[in-house]
Design a protein around this ligand. Structure first.
Ligand code: ARG
Length: 575
């Protein structure tokens, strides 16, 4: 364990138990970073009050217990403990990280099975910008949980079933399979849907055909199922284009769309009804989980079977949660889905608990994704009003990135590679670096900026470290120190690096990639200060200092690389 805050917490807890009795061993010593020392422990203030002793006296007793601590512990003011770590302690922590193939990142004990439901675009419409964010955040969480040694099961809950498929299949027949496939593969799902919709509204015969088609689809008629596959396969090929541009880890094996649950819905409803969890209300089968009321104070229903006998979104989610607990044996289920579905998920989780399908040992968590806004503060759209095609949006990011690095003298191929990494990195990092539930303004200029908390800044920081090693003719793997801290910027950088493992663990615990982003950004900033204040390769730098600084560079590089990789942000060799 290298995280100083955690080490300190344990040491101060020990001191508390020694000085005031074992009942204080679990008290939170309230360790915070401080501007007067490395850390401050504030526990004496509250404990003094409780023990009716002066906080200063309490603090002094703690300081005495901590006399063998590798650092200085001073009492200040009314009873704060100011703690400064010894340089040698920090240096050996950094050296330990460097020697550790996992760079200070632990593993979840015991490892868990984490089901992550993310991306989940709807096939009957275009994959839209909102799905971009659930895809990017979900993918980062998948990488992080996996890195911590958990078994991650990705579930792409595609909207691939339901009544619109009647008219979609009829429209496909009207325009011909080949034309339809070409359109769908090109990402024209919205246009396809709209054309079908127009006919449905204007043309009685088409409407009738569409209705019949829904029935034949649901009854499993082989011809209709084949047409459904033609439609879905082409649509998924377009989704895969988007995933591969983004470098997202989802594959076809992760597809577990709504259609997959269709055969389970009847039994799902029967079981809910026979156990009394669901009851008939106005012809529909409903669960009324306690604590949910509408504006009129009436209990709110989760409708699992509509009055016409049809199933809907909630029916599928009830079947899905049961499958994920029972068949996939999950310990945690994460739903990375728009914040506007919060009520739906709270009700599904509550209903599943009632049914006994979601035991207390399994946690179901809605990772709420905030809405994407345009620069004007409204829902993100093009000027003409239709939603933006994702492949075009992503291509624009790459083109703009290419312009940003235009003057660096790279050949075309290298430049394309870097532009792709920078463009995709920028789009992804912008989504990840603010808390996932806040609304988010999509702004190319800001996300592609080379300064500030952006992917290009971080990618540049790691590329700069690589160039130090290139220039010095040193392989980073051989830069093992020993680390000796002298300059304040060296010390600050090393202290910052020690937090990596704790930050990754916290990010996974709370499902908040923006924590990892903030840490990586702070690391890059600390490195910049180090780089400006501490020459590495310059003539006159003695061999010992050079070796130590190269080791710090190597550790920083590893942390930046691995941190960005956990976010799914590509790391170009040069920039
Ligand atoms: N397809 C849905 C949408 O676009 C998201 C599905 C999320 N997952 C789930 N299990 N409901 O809104």
């Amino acid at each position: 364990m290298t995280d100083p805050q955690m080490v300190l917490t344990e040491r101060v807890q020990q001191a508390l138990a020694n000085a005031f009795g074992p009942e204080h061993a679990d008290a939170d010593p309230l360790i915070r970073p401080s501007q007067f020392a490395d850390f401050q422990a504030n526990v004496a203030m509250s404990l003094g009050k409780r023990l009716r002793r002066s906080p200063r006296e309490v603090a002094e007793a703690l300081a005495a217990e901590l006399s063998d601590f590798p650092g200085t512990v001073e009492v200040s003011g009314p009873g704060f403990l100011n703690i400064t770590l010894d340089d040698s302690w920090i240096a050996s922590g950094a050296a330990g990280m460097l020697a550790d193939p996992r760079t200070g990142v632990g593993t979840t004990m015991p490892p868990q099975t984490v089901v992550i439901d993310y991306s989940a675009p709807n096939a009957a419409k275009e994959m839209h910008v909102g799905h971009l964010r659930t895809t990017i955040v979900g993918d980062s969480l998948a990488r992080i949980h996996e890195h911590l040694g958990n078994t991650v099961i990705r579930q792409n809950h595609l909207g691939d079933w339901g009544t619109p498929f009647g008219m979609l299949i009829e429209h496909l027949l009207d325009i011909g399979e080949e034309t339809a496939v070409a359109q769908l593969e090109a990402g024209m799902g919205t246009e396809f849907y709209q054309a079908a919709r127009r006919k449905f509204d204007d043309d009685e015969a088409f409407k009738l055909r569409s209705r019949v088609r829904v029935t034949t689809l649901q009854s499993g008629d082989p011809d209709t199922i084949r047409l459904w596959h033609v439609f879905m396969d082409a649509t998924v090929r377009y989704f895969n284009k988007v995933y591969s541009m983004l470098g997202v880890t989802l594959t076809d094996a992760d597809i577990a769309g709504e259609s997959m649950y269709n055969p389970m819905l009847e039994k799902t409803c029967d079981d809910l009804e026979s156990s009394g969890v669901a009851v008939m209300s106005e012809g529909a089968l409903c669960v009324f989980p306690p604590g949910f009321t509408g504006s009129d104070d009436k209990p709110l229903p989760l409708i699992v079977r509509k009055s016409d006998g049809g199933y809907g979104y909630a029916s599928t989610d009830m079947a899905a949660i049961r499958y994920r607990v029972h068949d996939l044996k999950s310990d945690r289920i994460l739903y990375v889905v728009g914040a506007d579905q919060a009520l739906h998920f709270r009700m599904v989780f509550a209903a599943a608990r009632l049914a006994g399908w979601l035991p207390d040992t399994v946690s179901a968590e809605h990772v709420q994704i905030g809405m994407m806004l345009g620069k004007d503060g409204r829902r993100f759209k093009t000027r003409s009003g239709e939603s933006i095609k994702l492949t075009e949006l992503l291509q624009e990011a790459v083109d703009r990135a290419s312009a940003v690095i235009a003057d660096r003298g790279y050949d075309d191929e290298t430049r394309d590679e870097i532009a792709h990494a920078v463009g995709m990195g920028a789009v992804k990092y912008a989504d990840l670096s603010i808390s996932h539930d806040s609304e988010y303004v999509f702004d190319f200029d800001r996300m592609l900026s080379l300064t500030g908390n952006t992917a290009p800044y971080l990618q540049y920081a790691q590329a700069r470290i690589r160039s130090i090693f290139r220039r010095g003719g040193v392989d980073p793997a051989t830069a093992t120190g020993p680390i000796v801290l002298g300059h304040p910027a060296e010390r600050a950088l090393a202290l910052q690096l020690l937090d990596f493992g704790a930050v990754v663990a916290k990010t996974a615990e709370l499902n908040e990639p923006h924590r990892l982003c903030a840490f990586i950004y702070a690391t890059a900033t600390a490195f910049t200060a180090f780089f400006e204040g501490c020459p590495v390769l310059k003539e006159g730098v003695d061999a010992e200092t050079r070796a130590s600084r190269l080791a710090l560079c190597a550790l920083t590089l590893r942390v930046l690389e691995s941190g960005l990789d956990l976010l799914g942000v590509p790391v170009p060799e040069r920039m």
